[in-house]
Design a protein around this ligand. Structure first.
Ligand SMILES: *Cc1c(COP(=O)(O)O)cnc(C)c1O
Length: 239
């Protein structure tokens, strides 16, 4: 374990060094499959944003993250409408808003709790069939229909870029995200001071930063390879 901790510390220091030229960008640790000890280690190394994909895992990390001063917890994975109620009062932002039915449910649950939920709209920038997200040409209409949900507060856009062999090939996707923020999102929400872009992961965060990303979400680049639980584990989804 301690060896792994040394590696986490080194990885985070290396990432922060690469982020130096971008003082407004935030490092988010993508914590799926990680333990509370790994989360705490990342926090001790300066990480303040934590992103979780699955509701069950998010709930299991909640007490830990809540106990860390200034730590923020974002939902970054596919969110089923029937699970919104479990996380609505626990997350600081939902980055994976990708349907009107989900917006409607977030709005309903937020109102019940007396909160306004900050969200990012997930964009399927690579038009990949297996991925969630609004298609670029549908973004304008989607944003327009969000205005009826008064307890949902859109703050910007999020994307998971398609996997490219050559890092230079990410540029067109990140450029398109910047354009969507400036030409589509900013027009619909002119009061949002600076709409956010959450883009860039372990394999492409340098490129995302150079395109002005506000949040890079990094998992393996911080913690090393993921080991998914096997079927016999007790960590099967219970909700
Ligand atoms: C897992 C995940 C990441 C981080 O991926 P890595 O390649 O491990 O850095 C970022 N964003 C989302 C939505 C993820 O699910």
């Amino acid at each position: 374990m301690s060896e792994n901790f040394d590696l986490i510390e080194k990885n985070i220091a290396d990432i922060f060094k690469k982020m130096k030229p971008y003082p407004n960008a935030h490092l988010m640790a993508a914590i799926k499959t990680r333990s509370d000890e790994e989360v705490r280690k990342a926090y001790d190394c300066g990480v303040r944003y934590f992103g979780e994909n699955r509701v069950q895992e998010l709930l299991s990390h909640y007490d830990c993250i809540k106990s860390l001063p200034d730590a923020k917890l974002h939902m970054i994975g596919t969110l089923q409408t029937n699970k919104v109620k479990y996380i609505i009062d626990k997350v600081d932002m939902i980055e994976s808003l990708s349907s009107l039915s989900l917006a409607k449910e977030i709005d309903k649950r937020a109102k019940k709790c007396g909160v306004t939920m900050p969200v990012l709209i997930e964009v399927n920038i690579g038009r990949e069939e297996q991925k969630d997200g609004i298609l670029p040409e549908e973004l304008s209409a989607f944003l327009l229909s969000l205005s009826e949900f008064t307890s949902v507060s859109p703050k910007g856009l999020m994307t998971i870029a398609p996997v490219m062999e050559d890092p230079r090939d990410y540029a067109p996707y990140f450029e398109e995200m910047v354009r969507l923020r400036d030409e589509v999102f900013a027009k619909h929400f002119p009061d949002t001071e600076k709409p956010l872009l959450s883009m860039g992961m372990s394999g492409n965060f340098s490129e995302a930063l150079s395109h002005g990303s506000d949040f890079v979400r990094i998992g393996t680049g911080i913690f090393g390879p993921r080991h998914y639980p096997t079927k016999t584990d007790t960590s099967e989804e219970k909700i």
